[in-house]
Write a protein that binds this ligand. Sequence first.
Ligand code: GLY
Ligand code: MN
Ligand code: MN
Length: 435
Amino acid sequence: MDLLPFRNRRQRLLDRMTASGGGVAVIPTAAEHIRNRDTHFPFRADSYFHYLTGFPEPEAVLVLVAGNTPQTLLFCREKDAQKEIWDGFRYGPAAAREIFGFDAAHPIAEFDAKLPDLLADQPALWYSLGFEADWDARIVKAMNAVRAQTRAGKRAPSVTHDVRAVLDAMRLIKDEHEIALLRRAAQIAASAHRRAMRATAPGKYEYEIEAEFLHEFRRQGCQAPAYPPIVASGANACILHYVANDQPLEDGRLLLIDAGCEFAGYASDITRTFPVSGRFTGPQADLYELVLDAQTAAITAVEPGASFLAPHEAALRVLVQGMIDLKLLVGSRDGLIESEAYKRFYMHRTSHWLGLDVHDAGEYRQNDAWTTLQAGMTLTVEPGLYVRAADDVPAAFHDIGIRIEDDVLVTTNGREVLSRDAPKTIAEIEAEMKR
Ligand code: GLY
Ligand code: MN
Ligand code: MN
């Protein structure tokens, strides 16, 4: 693994802390969680911690000291011959310091004793309160330990900054290392969508198609899906977060699949909707072409200088006009957008940031305006149409749910669709399903 990008990010955070008066940052990794009795959920590093270290083990915390003599410190588990026989390799502080490039590293068991000295006489604490109660308590204890020494001439930090706010702004603009990983995550997920299209047939179960994704993700070196895959056939596609994936695929219905992988920490998030039989019916094609036109308009709206909301607004204009043309809605396009009557059939937004987290860090609004897109930002573009059965809706469209979702990088002169290898036009999908 190339560890220089992580080092560079630590330096950039230190520079920003220094510019804001200095202090000490404390950034722990995630806790391990019990699934049942003595079995754990698979461990996943905290995204902020990973962003700054690349260090994969649980029970670790990064401390950065900004100022005239900046310091980067890692606290982590010690080497332990017995535990390594049972649970596998641990770096231990010495190797972690050497390999990951910290100024110093110490056993995690010494963290609580060392933290008060690290905080003493520092102007500010950079920490995000309220996410992990255990860490909050440890930080408060250390702060109070410094305050207890005021008569010995020590001062506790008088200011607390939310370190995640600074990191959120950094994470919004992806560096080259991140872009390469996002591209790979999208390519792997796109190939899994192609595999799923080829595997789909009437009579199979949704979970059998889910298994194609899990197989392809793992086969290509992904650690996990980026989120629980949604494999929703027929009316299930109208349930936005359907994850039961336990129904049989019926001939003549559509299958909506929202599935992406996590590769080296980075997420992809792709949705494709296609016919179980391999051929779209007329009404299915009418709705599908509408969502595809909306998605094309939205992707075209992604460019540097555009508002974050531009893709959503572009998608809405196409979708709402189409809903009128297909007799799903009655009224004028602008009036229906204004009244939000379209939300009956399109109730979510078109985009979110994508990165280490599938719904990634970063502000959507800044200074009372929607964030302006800049090169290096990555977002999804995912319009949809969800038509539940109802008396006032043309029967041909009942229980059809369609979403088309791609992962898009803002580039200096426009955009790059990272997930472009997943078939999307009707002709591409029908050809893939024939193979
Ligand atoms: N798969 C979650 C989303 O599309 O936002
Ligand atoms: Mn998404
Ligand atoms: Mn999705």
